[in-house]
Design a protein around this ligand. Structure first.
Ligand SMILES: Cc1cc2nc3c(=O)[nH]c(=O)nc-3n(C[C@H](O)[C@H](O)[C@H](O)COP(=O)(O)OP(=O)(O)OC[C@H]3O[C@@H](n4cnc5c(N)ncnc54)[C@H](O)[C@@H]3O)c2cc1C
Length: 347
């Protein structure tokens, strides 16, 4: 998996927005038809809702799998797409999509990755997962400079005075992972109970007992600093008394919400916040932009993974006709086609 962050445009056949189960299966279906894909997701790992919301829950309606967990399905999909070497841009949110003069599309992400693609596949599910922001005055001045909702590179936090706020898995995991590189690390949570794996809580408490981190009971109350650079986080206890914590960086981990996000502004036809598509190609109101999985709507739509897989197969046929208009598409089975088998075995 690569994580490019460059302003030099990357050229590819297809760009897929969303690395959920449907976006991943689209890589496979496009790959069978020789289309190369780049996949962008705001989350730092592939799998969409399956990986983020229910990794350990059993799913019972994936054809051929009497039972498989969310995590297991994602692992299998990643193994299935391996022969096609997709490029993943994880932890990046797609911000803009424009049509270029040569009819291809230019997509840009919030970290400056630019991808030029002949077709766009929107597999954005219920929208992008976005971090819940704490209600602090002047927060936006610090966001992206000294307040972060995800950790892209641990090294960026070396030698920093870090405050982590929250009591879930992300807060605890990052407390454990950042403690060795931080100058100081304080975990701030409103109570002494956590919604995280018990093992992580024990490890965090051991670090606090050894004096390697501090655990404080309280809530975020205010930020102090200059020009977006934090100097102190002001926390408040239940009795409303306040106390300062010296800080270079604040990482609030208060969970995720799903928002349609920037794609609502791309001029595509929407119905109840979903992208309208036809049921032959699963193409949106803009030729060359397809929408598959939970993000689309059409008469009879079922928001099921298996429906998304079917949509990915039909979408790929139409996408291949746009990318390689001169090439005749021959319907083939993976079991019997020697050319398909050759592609699947090349990894
Ligand atoms: C608790 C629960 C149980 C479920 N059980 C079942 C079940 O048993 N069977 C079943 O078939 N379905 C089940 N579902 C539904 C199933 O998970 C969804 O149908 C499926 O995840 C849809 O896949 P997707 O790839 O379309 O979207 P998602 O899984 O939502 O993935 C979309 C991805 O796109 C990314 N994204 C969106 N916008 C952007 C952007 N602008 N930039 C970058 N990335 C972006 C998101 O971060 C996300 O990772 C369940 C859902 C839940 C919540």
């Amino acid at each position: 998996m690569s994580k490019a962050s460059t302003s030099e445009p990357i050229k590819t056949d297809a760009v897929i927005i969303g690395a959920g189960p449907v976006g991943l299966f689209a890589v496979f279906e496009l790959g069978l038809l020789d289309l190369k894909a780049h996949v962008v997701d705001i989350l730092t790992k592939p799998g969409g809702q399956c990986a983020e919301l229910y990794p350990e829950k059993p799913i019972y309606d994936i054809p051929g799998w009497p039972m498989i967990t969310g995590e297991g399905l994602v692992e299998n999909l990643l193994a299935q797409v391996k022969p096609f070497h997709p490029h993943f841009h994880l932890g990046e949110r797609v911000e803009s999509l424009t049509r270029q003069q040569d009819k291809s599309f230019r997509l840009t992400t919030d970290v400056g990755t630019v991808i030029d693609a002949k077709v766009v596949v929107i597999a954005a599910g219920g929208g992008s997962f976005e971090s819940k922001r704490p209600p602090l005055e002047g927060l936006e001045v610090y966001e992206g400079k000294s307040v972060f909702y995800l950790v892209r590179k641990i090294e960026d936090f070396r030698g920093k005075r870090i405050v982590i706020a929250g009591g879930g898995d992300s807060a605890l995991d990052w407390t454990l992972n950042l403690a060795p590189v931080a100058k100081s690390l304080t975990l701030l949570h409103r109570r002494d109970q956590f919604r995280a794996a018990p093992d992580s809580v024990l490890k965090m408490k051991a670090l606090a007992a050894e004096g390697k981190i501090k655990f404080e009971l309280g809530q975020l109350h205010a930020l102090e600093g200059e020009g977006g650079q934090l100097s102190r986080v002001i926390a408040a206890r239940d009795d409303k008394s306040e106390f300062p914590i010296e800080a270079d960086v604040l990482l609030p981990f208060f969970g995720l919400t799903m928002k349609l996000g920037p794609l609502a502004n791309w001029g595509l036809e929407l119905e109840n916040g979903l992208l309208k598509v036809d049921t032959e190609k699963f193409q949106s109101s803009e030729p060359g932009i397809f929408a598959i999985g939970d993000i689309n709507t059409y008469p009879g739509k079922l928001k099921l993974i298996l429906s998304g897989f079917h949509e990915a197969a039909l979408m790929s046929q139409a996408a291949a006709r746009i990318v390689n208009p001169e090439k005749r598409i021959v319907f083939q089975y993976t079991t019997t086609s020697t050319s398909l088998l050759k592609k699947l075995k090349a990894s």
